[in-house]
Design a protein around this ligand. Structure first.
Ligand SMILES: Cc1cc2nc3c(=O)[nH]c(=O)nc-3n(C[C@H](O)[C@H](O)[C@H](O)COP(=O)(O)OP(=O)(O)OC[C@H]3O[C@@H](n4cnc5c(N)ncnc54)[C@H](O)[C@@H]3O)c2cc1C
Length: 421
């Protein structure tokens, strides 16, 4: 092994498996450190789950999905055809171990611990994107318009626990009364009288554009893209990974696994047994009467959907569906949500368009996996960002680059270790 190829001592040839927003931000950050990067994906950059999200870069999203008491609400939600939660019953036996871990993560003590662990990542999330965008002259793709959640009066009390935890860890979040809400978002139904507003959060008004901008910066810096399907990773005697694709096998000095919801088998090949599953989510588009649209992504807490004012219309995102990676999409629920959306924002048109489904890469404790593989510290795992992959992509990238460089990171990474399960 040459001096330059020894981990941590100089520019390395690094393969990044997955050109979603996590892999793209990671490759770009590694390239800035002088490494030669190769991104491998079967799709175009950003065309996977990173294509269809709500665009929120949240600097307050520290609390896990499994809130205290969810075990009481879940059965009712599963039986309600209009709730966000859906289980394809044939998938239940496979999902069960994940669900049990998920419920175990919902105790008040675990929720507090997870929120504390997530704080250093989430607080740095916007700045990490901002730094990348400034360095590469990417302008106008992300706006700092904030992230709003709205609730009818009867649901307002349910937000208190989250708000208290967010504030406890020093993050900024404002509670809005009906008048303040009206001033911020005059178009929404007056039924919504309580708001929780994270003013410092950002919004990518077309998430694909951010992926494409990062991809262009990688290309400009000499990074390579290989379009192919990864089939396996083998670790050599020196710890270096060889990646097999349908295009052939190549040895690299290092690799990063950032294949989102599809990362589990690759993690297993490098010694990490992680309980990764997918919470499938949906979107569709609705045309809006501009004067009555929303000015920022807005979550409607009674029905659990987001309306996000993308450049080409209002994107309605919703749904947590347990059905694995292979079952075909079922758009019935998101279509039903469109009716609730028109009630929530009366300026919306009534012809849903461009339906889409994506695979959130989810760990049961709502924390990503960021850290070295057990079989070789020359393979780094960076996946499992669940509901926050756009948000956390750039800060994850910075953590991965620090790990590879042997630099101290401002983010304690032990809570995200692949071996934590
Ligand atoms: C409806 C919805 C709304 C959301 N809203 C938000 C939001 O507002 N804010 C936020 O922060 N997050 C949001 N998310 C979550 C976010 O979109 C994801 O966490 C994020 O996109 C995951 O990024 P990723 O790069 O890990 O995965 P992906 O974007 O899925 O990228 C993984 C890539 O790996 C590739 N790949 C997989 N297997 C192979 C293989 N064998 N060979 C080659 N390539 C392979 C895939 O083709 C894909 O391109 C939302 C998700 C959904 C579904």
């Amino acid at each position: 092994m040459t001096e330059a190829a020894r981990p941590g001592t100089g520019p390395q040839d690094i393969a990044v498996i997955g050109a979603g927003i996590v892999g793209l931000a990671t490759a770009l950050t590694l390239q800035q450190d002088g490494h030669r990067v190769t991104l491998i994906d079967r799709l175009e950059p950003g065309a996977g789950t990173s294509f269809g999200n709500a665009g929120v870069i949240s600097v307050s999203g520290i609390t896990p999905v499994a809130y205290p008491g969810i075990w009481r609400d879940a059965p009712k939600m599963l039986l309600d055809p209009d709730s966000v939660l859906r289980m394809r019953w044939a998938y239940l036996p496979r999902a069960l171990p994940w669900l049990l871990r998920f419920l175990a993560a919902s105790t008040p003590a675990r929720v507090e611990e997870i929120s504390r662990d997530m704080t250093p990542l989430v607080t740095r999330a916007f700045d990490a994107h901002d730094k990348l965008m400034r360095r590469h002259g990417i302008e106008g793709v992300v706006k700092r318009v904030g992230w709003l959640k709205v609730y009818p009066a009867e649901k307002a009390a349910g937000t208190k626990g989250d708000v208290a935890l967010i504030r406890k860890y020093g993050l900024k979040v404002d509670e809005l009364d009906a008048d303040e809400l009206r001033q911020l978002e005059p178009g929404i139904n007056r039924r919504y009288t309580h708001g929780v507003f994270s003013p410092d959060s950002g919004f990518a008004s077309t998430p694909l554009k951010l992926s494409q901008a990062y991809a262009a910066a990688i290309r400009q810096g000499g990074g390579k893209f290989v379009q192919g399907t990864v089939q396996g990773i083998a670790i050599g005697a020196d710890g270096a990974p060889t990646i097999a694709t349908d295009q052939g096998s190549t040895r690299y000095d290092r690799a990063v696994i950032a294949a989102g919801a599809f990362s589990k088998p690759f993690a297993q090949m490098v010694g990490a047994r992680v309980p990764l599953d997918t919470e499938r989510g949906y979107h569709l588009y609705l045309k809006a009467d501009q004067a009555r649209a929303v000015g920022r992504p807005t979550y409607f807490g009674d029905h659990g959907f987001v309306l996000a004012p993308m450049e080409d219309g209002i994107r309605l995102t919703s749904g947590v569906e347990f059905a694995g990676l292979d079952a075909p999409p079922d758009y019935r629920r998101i279509r039903r949500m469109a009716a609730f959306a028109r009630d929530a924002l009366p300026g919306l048109g009534d012809r849903p368009e461009r339906e889409w489904m994506g695979f959130r890469p989810s760990l049961p404790d709502s924390k990503p996996v960021i850290g070295p593989a057990p079989a070789s510290d020359r393979v780094t795992l960076a996946f499992g960002h669940g509901h926050l992959g756009l948000t956390l992509s750039a800060i994850t990238a910075s953590c991965v680059a620090d790990l590879i460089a042997g630099r101290a990171s401002g983010v304690p990474l032990a809570p995200f270790a692949p071996t934590r399960f």
